[in-house]
Design a protein. Sequence first.
Length: 226
Amino acid sequence: MKSNFKQKAIELRKSGKTYSEILKIVPVAKSTLSEWLRDVGISKSEKQAFTEKKRLASLKGGLARRKQRIETFDRITNTAEKEIGKLNKRELWLLGIALYWAEGSKEKEYAPGSGVSFSNSDHKMIALFLKWLIDIANIPKEHIRCEIYIHDNYKNEVPRFQRFWSEKTNFPLSYFNNVYFKKHKINSVRRNKGDLYFGLLRVKVCASSSLNRQITGWVRGICKDL
């Protein structure tokens, strides 16, 4: 019986079957099958078919793993999102302080009187900071200035960037007339290129050195409580 199994396995292998496919037909251990088929060759056409079969199997496995990753990501993030709930005013106040602590410009000894300036390429972070300025810091909208920074190879697409930031911040287009260009690096390894690139937005507040100092004090208060 074992001899018959071996002969059957050899025939299946020569026809281009994979080990997994053979094991479904020939009930032996994988180590035994490997020993039997160690010196068994397959024709060029069958080898091509075998290679294509492996490629398709690998592709199918990759798609299955990707689907599983997406499902896991959605499950975890959806659960986490519900855990936040509705932010109260104090929570939003503290959140804005921490945000500015991380991404905002601070007053330096050599540059006293610096105003509030916050820069980021993440439109959600920008929108949150603008909400903080208006709802928490009570800054009038007309005291806020916005500057767009983009690479100079996008000079012909300025209106696209202006529309994007206007839509994401719910600020009129007139707020985005100040556009500055950065020298483009040809060997850049950035992935946010082409239609995925929206530059960086800098938010400034007029006559805001006092607010900047207040934020510094709030940060100190957070650190002291730690």
